[in-house]
Ligand binder design. Structure first.
Ligand code: PLP
Length: 472
């Protein structure tokens, strides 16, 4: 029976820019960003044939996770350790299915990814990553995490590492540009190893600051920096699981399934790309953006050029530079690290890159892209509530709007990833539906708790001084 993906062989990871050391899974998890400024990718995609996918029918979420993750961690984690880490990561979820599918109509489904402790899909990866850090960090070793958040990564990462010995976390969010629930989910965690920083600037400014911390090699070594943003491979890895889990439930490997993915940093949808490269029969992956549409422009017209960030009701997608797009570009450049390093350095200098027609055609075999403005987002939210009785968060509504608009071009059932609980964005949801979503009981304490955070200018030296004063 073909339940094994491929013969057990240690997995190694290489940088998209070609010159950083090759690392094993433990190495990439602790490193985050590669030392040459690139992102780590697996040296090969483990293959799951039809028999291996068929054998996933009826497995639980955690059993599916074990099958999908095993070949990627080979050489760093034994089977028992991997099983224990997966079990611990998903034990706190508020739904026994972890990621339940909900049917909307004969064509459209939602995959609810928001049943974790902070109510967004980021928990699915970060709960595992927190446990991996704990497992890989030796006694007496320390790790400093620095991350940027447009709202949801921050709370999920803080929740995953608060109180863990040896780890200090610095989380940057753009001041005034995250929802109140999002902010409180970060700033009310008063554990001594957690520092929240409101940066005067946009999410892209926060992300650029984080990159500057990593690109300063002595500082990076001095602090033992690691990343919790989706530049960390382990995050994307954990997200591959739910593409398999959902597709198997909807008929894979015997029919194709398509996905609509509300996208910001291209992390979630890259995990879908990985699933397709591993053999999962995916029809199309729809990259759904809000008006910050750099990815839609890149995939539809070849124009990957940075514009100004427009704040919207979907702050987790208010992004103009999508870090993980580099991982796709690596494949589109024939996995040639030197060629991509040259392209990325021009892009970093000019804010512009053009995809060739050949690259665009190659991407279009799997990807579609659609940008959705606020009015269409609201219509999708209203439709789901009035026709299906489902309240959606605004990010999910962007995904559903795109899915309904492009359904004719997508094969099979269409799964929209429901990336956040509607109660994380109550004002936007109420404006569209007339209903004010209730926070689940387990998070209702948020509004009674003390908040703690500091405010900093978007300045790398100020941030380094702040971090040095609070570690070691
Ligand atoms: C992070 C996030 C997104 C975007 O995911 P990416 O991996 O950055 O593309 C979409 N919706 C919500 C609710 C999020 O928190």
């Amino acid at each position: 029976m073909g339940v094994r993906a491929s013969p057990a062989r240690d997995m190694h990871y290489q940088s998209t820019r070609g010159t950083a050391p090759i690392l094993d899974f433990k190495g990439v998890t602790l490193a985050g960003l590669a030392s040459d400024g690139g992102l780590y990718v697996p040296e090969r995609w483990p293959q799951f044939d039809a028999a291996a996918i068929e054998a996933m029918a009826g497995l639980s979420y955690t059993q599916t996770a074990f099958r999908v993750l095993q070949p990627f961690v080979a050489g760093s984690l034994g089977d028992d350790a991997l099983k224990a880490l997966i079990a611990a990561a998903y034990a706190d979820f508020g739904h026994p299915a972890v990621a339940p599918l909900v049917q909307l109509d004969e064509r459209h489904w939602l995959l609810e990814l928001f049943h974790g402790p902070t109510l967004a899909f980021k928990d699915i990866a970060l709960q595992l990553l927190g446990n991996l850090f704990g497992h890989f960090l030796g006694a007496g070793e320390t790790l400093t995490i620095v991350g940027a958040t447009s709202g949801d990564t921050g709370s999920a990462a803080i929740k995953a590492v608060a109180g863990r010995p040896g780890i200090t976390i610095f989380m940057l969010h753009p001041a005034g540009r995250v929802s109140e629930v999002q902010r409180r989910q970060m700033t009310t965690v008063l554990a001594g190893n957690v520092y929240n920083i409101a940066v005067d600037g946009s999410f892209d400014d926060c992300q650029a600051l984080v990159k500057q911390m990593f690109n300063d090699a002595p500082f990076r070594a001095e602090m033992a920096l690691s990343a919790v943003n989706s530049i960390n491979w382990a995050r994307l890895l954990a997200q591959i699981v739910y593409y398999f889990y959902a597709a198997v439930r909807l008929g894979a490997p015997h029919r194709k399934v398509s996905f609509s993915v509300p996208t910001g940093n291209f992390g979630d949808v890259f995990a879908g790309y990985a699933a397709a490269r591993m053999g999962l029969p995916i029809g199309k992956l729809l990259v759904a953006t809000n008006v910050n549409d750099i990815l839609a422009r890149a995939l539809n017209r070849g124009d990957y050029s940075v514009g100004a960030v427009t704040p919207t009701a979907t702050p987790s997608m208010d992004i103009q530079i999508s870090s993980n797009f580099e991982r796709l570009l690596f494949d589109l450049h024939g996995r040639n690290g030197a060629a991509l390093a040259a392209v990325m350095s021009t892009f970093e200098a000019t804010g512009k890159m053009t995809l060739s027609d050949g690259q665009r055609t190659e991407a279009a075999a799997l990807f579609l892209a659609e940008n959705v403005d606020e009015a269409r987002m609201m219509q999708a939210l209203q439709w789901a509530y009035s026709e299906c009785g489902q309240l959606l968060d605004p990010h999910t509504a962007i995904g559903l709007s795109a899915a309904r608009a492009r359904a004719a071009a997508m094969e099979g059932p269409i799964v929209t990833l429901a990336t956040a609980h509607p109660a994380k964005f109550p004002d936007a949801v109420e404006r569209a539906s007339g209903m004010r979503p209730q926070l689940p009981r387990r998070v209702q304490h948020l509004f009674d708790r003390e908040e703690r955070y500091d405010r900093l200018a978007a300045d790398a030296d100020a941030l380094k001084a702040y971090m040095r004063a609070r570690t070691g």
